[in-house]
Write a protein that binds this ligand. Structure first.
Ligand code: FAD
Length: 471
């Protein structure tokens, strides 16, 4: 019922946006935030929606940049986070950067002033009691331990990750398939596979030795205090493996066995880098076993020495940091509810998105879904052609769940990027005229235009129209 309050746990970017969307729909909200009672390893204040690190919401270009499109969609949907970011903008070229204190204080004040929002400062240490009814959990990458344990007990040990060991993800159309080839190791056909499920990039001995030396010499990010958890097997950074000896990688993620170079079958590769399809659309591929702490510039420099990846564009670079997130594609339904307990919805980075804006946008969707449900309306997610829909599809199932080595989890958090959008054709005349980079930009423009048109249509089609930006 719309008069029963909806509880939200966590008043970060996602929880604050979800609370705003609900309240603006006329649904009362109780927002439980522990800061004020206890802190996290990264937050410094008690403000809601505190930015824990950079003060940038990244590119504000809604014509050729996916995060800019996400900004635009959020503004169309009456986002509190975007309204406060716009009001507290500081100069940053094409990026949207904010005065962090002014921004967080504005979000805190707007929620405190809303008659339908009650903020309670307390840590929630268990799963919400049944009497709470519909609840959104938006406790973020640093979810307090007791609640994280309770979520893990409910969902299963493999369902909640505490570490984000990220391998770089490459846009397929930037891989040189005249050098690389499709093949699964030993041509093995896994469930739903074809025996050609991986992209393989070959190296000869000289290339391999130079590559290992570059990894060892590369500039690395140091662990911060709050990341002081030791490495564990299965997500050792690639450069740590390289440091263990020159042959380690050839017997690990770069082993050449069971693979025959389709372009040069008689020459055996000395080592092979494999990439695995990362989204259902086949537009993104991740570098298998390449989780890394190399600094971003060095990742680009060193990984572009891999034959076939000389011109690779990365949808995301690798990293290794503390991050509590769900294996959402198996756990959540299309409107972010826990399948096994639909009164619980999740939002923000804990669902497996990455970044301030993405987290807030998932909060926005969760708030709208919960509001529609409270009002007895049918909930329709935004289409995958929109930035929010593309992100939601990544979170709730638009990825591949297993790999040929036996169904290991492969879901990794991700920023919004055009690789998550279904492909689009540029108008024929334009397509004929353009080449290379210009064509790529034209495609991005077409995706951005389509996203904003479809998002506006989605907003307009919502029953009983949920709030949108002031017209
Ligand atoms: C150290 C660090 C640096 C980051 N830097 C960036 C960056 O520079 N740029 C970027 O785009 N993204 C960054 N991120 C990623 C991510 O975008 C942010 O963490 C973002 O704040 C996530 O939004 P959220 O709402 O999901 O979680 P949060 O903003 O973290 O909000 C979660 C809230 O839940 C509260 N909470 C947790 N457990 C409980 C509980 N049991 N009971 C009650 N309240 C609870 C927390 O106090 C917090 O206020 C960073 C993440 C980390 C960890």
């Amino acid at each position: 019922m719309a008069n029963d309050p909806i509880h939200i746990v966590g008043g970060g970017l996602a929880g604050s946006e979800a609370a705003w969307q609900l309240a603006e729909c006329g649904v009362p909200v109780i927002l439980h935030e522990m800061r004020g009672r206890r802190g996290t390893d990264a937050h410094k204040t008690d403000d809601l929606a505190e930015l824990v690190c950079s003060n940038s919401f990244r590119s504000d270009d809604a014509e050729t940049n996916a995060v800019g499109v996400l900004h635009a969609e959020m503004r169309l949907a009456g986002s509190l986070i975007m309204r406060c970011a716009d009001a507290h903008q500081v100069p940053a070229g094409g990026a949207l950067a904010v005065d962090r204190e002014g921004f967080a204080q504005a979000v805190t004040a707007a929620l405190a002033a809303h008659p339908l929002v009650t903020v309670v400062r307390e840590e929630i240490g268990t799963l919400p009691p049944a009497e709470w009814g519909s609840t959104i959990i938006a406790t973020g990458p640093l979810t307090a331990e007791r609640l994280a344990e309770a979520i893990r007990a409910e969902t299963g040990a493999d369902a909640l990750a505490f570490f984000d060991a990220i391998a770089p993800i490459v846009h397929f159309d930037t891989i040189d398939m005249n050098t690389a080839w499709f093949q699964s190791r030993y041509d093995k056909v896994g469930p739903g596979g074809t025996g050609k499920d991986y992209i393989n990039c070959p190296m000869d001995r000289e290339q391999y030795e130079a590559f290992v030396a570059a990894l060892v010499a590369g500039d690395k990010t140091e662990f911060r205090e709050w990341e002081g958890t030791p490495y564990f097997d299965g997500c050792l950074p690639i450069e740590v493996m390289a440091e263990r000896g020159p042959e380690t990688l050839r017997h690990g993620p770069m082993k050449p066995m069971g693979l025959t170079n389709a372009h040069n079958p008689t020459v055996k590769a000395y080592a092979v880098v494999q990439l695995r399809q990362d989204n259902a659309l086949g537009t993104l591929y991740n570098m298998v076993g390449f989780q890394t702490k190399l600094k971003y510039a060095d990742q680009v420099r060193v990984f572009r020495t891999i034959p076939g990846l000389e011109n690779a564009e990365f949808a995301r670079l690798g990293g290794l940091h503390r991050n509590t997130y769900l294996n959402s594609p198996t756990l959540l339904d299309g409107t972010l509810r826990l399948k096994q307990r639909p009164s619980l919805r999740f939002a923000g980075q804990i669902t497996g998105c990455e970044g301030y804006v993405e987290s807030a946008s998932v909060g926005l969707m969760a708030g709208r879904f919960a509001a529609a449900e409270a009002r007895g309306q049918v909930v329709a997610p935004p289409p995958q052609t929109t930035a929010m829909g593309a992100l939601l599809a990544h979170i709730t199932g638009g990825h591949l769940a297993s790999d040929e080595e036996g169904g290991k989890r492969s879901f990794q958090p991700m920023n919004v990027n055009f690789g998550l959008f279904p492909p689009v054709e540029v108008p024929r005349e334009e397509g004929k005229r353009l080449r290379g980079k210009e064509k790529t930009i034209a495609k991005k423009r077409a995706m951005a235009r389509r996203a904003l048109a479809d998002f506006s249509a989605w907003l307009g089609a919502e029953p009983d129209r949920l709030p949108v930006a002031a017209e």
